[in-house]
Design a protein. Structure first.
Length: 565
């Protein structure tokens, strides 16, 4: 199992655990769990929780379980289970033999509910959903007791058994905890514990027609697994009194305790599962693993590494209050990681042909180029050079601004790892006026040094040999939304970025990357970091996704972000 990147300093969760260990709570054990609901793919926010829970288990020589909290059959599927397992393993974590499902506990949970009824702490309520909502009251007005609240224990047991047997239609009855309809916390106003729902479950099929609510099943599943610290996000803070109420009445010893931390909110991103589902179902993106999605599978396909994601999660740390993290920090972590591991290559995204008139026709020269400028152990590669090459269309300007240091009339530029060339003339399309070809000359002595007169040539551009180039497809991904906090917008779809994907079909790359394997990453010189697409790359026909650009704006915003985290 991978070791998560260490946080810069301690945090309040570790302080709580340290105090618990000093007090001898839970027999000195630390047992955590990551409990996703299998109704969608996990995203970067879940990755933060994964790193935290598994990281705590590693730090304290404890255990971390993976449990599917599959208590609502609507929308749950084995596809989501398999994707969650794959993504967490890819992140570098291992739960050994501790993969559990809340659905494994359905019979035990039912018996827990029976025990509550027998203690007089639960009752079968026959109000419909609208009536329950009306009786609940408001934040300023107390609720009122259900007319069924004082049913006898025997009647409640009988009705609950008949609910399980399928005698009643959906919505006819619910099982509710008997707590306090005047409680200031609305969660404690006789919350629903079970409901009738005739939906087949992806694991239990039609065996059950009643299903436990998440709040009932979650805490008791924790207890059944011997979890000591139930780490969850802040939206469950109001539910903690119910968590404690249930375990106090049903669990005699080694009760788990719930601790809340701030969920991840990432700029230019939505992490609401409901909204991610909408993006997928309405085909605004091409599935859960679309490289623009903040899902772990989407980030993997785009080219993010597990190391970069773990480093990002360590960098943002654990906070008590919600805040918006700038996505530039995530991009910075990816850039820093890829800078160390990605071999270099040259790829021309928008090719413009250049003919070097004074280079011998038919000659091909093999240039020895380093795969990484600072890691000689990564070796070298042979890059062919010939009379006809491609350069980036933007690396030539007919009427350049003053500080333009690339190719232009009367100017010269150095080809990366190669010669200095000088512009001589251009060829334009007679109808459109578009430049279709450049003619240049080269200085033979500049392969290993400056021009003969010692002058400096400031501009360096990348290139590929036209006769040896490999055509590739390149997908340029950008942020999915145009506003920094789309999650705060009710009509968030209005802020989708129409330029979040640009597909370039006729890029030209050096032949060394022709056989790139899926998920193999490179730094395309002067362009950014790219990864061979996990799904669409075929042998000899790579498709590259841009992960991040080379330029790092982090230095300008790091102080701002560090204040937020």
């Amino acid at each position: 199992m991978a070791q998560p990147a260490s946080p810069a300093s301690g945090d309040f969760i570790r302080d709580i655990i340290d105090n618990d260990l000093r007090a001898g709570r839970s027999e000195g054990r630390v047992a955590t769990r990551f409990p996703p609901e299998p109704n969608g793919y996990i995203h970067i926010g879940h990755a933060k929780s994964v790193c935290l829970n598994f990281g705590l288990a590693l730090q304290y020589s404890g255990t971390c379980n993976l449990r599917m909290d599959d208590t609502d059959p609507v929308g749950e599927s084995m596809e989501y289970v398999e994707s969650i397992i794959k993504d967490i393993r890819w992140l570098g974590f291992d739960w050994q033999d501790r993969l559990f499902y809340a659905s494994d506990y359905f019979e035990k949970l039912y018996q827990f509910a029976v025990e509550l009824i027998k203690k007089g702490d639960a009752y079968v309520c026959s109000l419909n959903a609208d009536e329950i909502r009306e009786y609940r009251g408001t934040f300023t007005q107390p609720g009122k007791d259900s007319p069924y609240r004082n049913r006898l224990v025997e009647e409640n047991l009988d009705l609950f058994a008949r609910m399980r047997a399928g005698e009643f239609p959906d919505g006819a009855h619910t099982l509710r905890a008997k707590i306090d309809m005047a409680a200031p916390n609305i969660v404690m106003r006789d919350p629903i514990l079970y409901r009738i729902k005739r939906e087949p479950h992806y694991r239990t099929d039609n065996k059950w027609v009643i299903y436990p609510m998440y709040d009932f099943a979650h805490c008791l599943s924790d207890a059944l697994e011997g979890i000591t610290h139930s780490i969850c996000t802040l939206e469950f803070e109001n539910n903690r009194p119910l968590y404690d109420w249930l375990v106090e009445r049903l669990i005699e010893k080694n009760r788990p305790r719930q601790i809340e931390f701030a969920r991840l909110n990432l700029s230019y991103t939505v992490l609401s599962k409901r909204r991610l589902i909408e993006l997928v179902q309405k085909k605004y993106v091409k599935g859960w693993d679309d490289p623009r999605m903040p899902t772990v599978s989407g980030m993997r396909r785009r080219g993010y590494t597990p190391e970069a994601i773990r480093q990002f999660c360590a960098a943002i740390g654990v906070a008590k209050n919600d805040n918006l993290i700038d996505v530039a920090l995530l991009e910075h972590c990816a850039r820093e990681d890829l800078n160390e591991r990605a071999p270099r290559a040259m790829c021309v995204l928008r090719p413009l042909k250049v003919i070097i008139d004074n280079y011998p026709e038919g000659k091909t020269q093999q240039l020895n180029c380093a795969n990484h400028p600072k890691r000689p152990e990564m070796g070298t590669r042979q890059v062919p050079f010939s009379r006809e090459i491609y350069i980036e269309r933007e690396d030539f300007m007919e009427d350049p601004p003053k500080k333009y240091n690339r190719l232009a009339p009367g100017r010269e530029a150095r080809l990366r790892n190669s010669y200095v060339i000088k512009f001589e003339k251009m060829v334009k399309d007679e109808k459109s006026g578009e430049i279709i070809e450049l003619h240049c000359s080269y200085a033979p002595e500049t392969l290993d040094g400056p021009p003969a007169d010692g002058r400096k040539v400031p501009g360096v551009i990348h290139w590929v040999s036209a006769g040896h180039a490999v055509p590739v497809e390149v997908r340029l991904y950008d942020r999915l939304f145009t506003v920094s906090d789309p999650g705060a917008e009710e009509e968030f779809l209005k802020f989708l970025n129409p330029s979040s994907l640009e597909i370039l079909q006729n890029c030209m790359a050096e032949k060394s990357i022709a056989d790139a394997r899926p998920l193999q990453s490179y730094q395309f010189e002067r362009q950014g970091y790219f990864c061979a697409d996990e799904k669409d790359t075929k042998p000899g026909k790579p498709v590259f996704n841009r992960i991040v650009q080379l330029r790092d704006f982090w230095t300008k915003i790091s102080e701002k972000i560090s204040k937020n985290i």
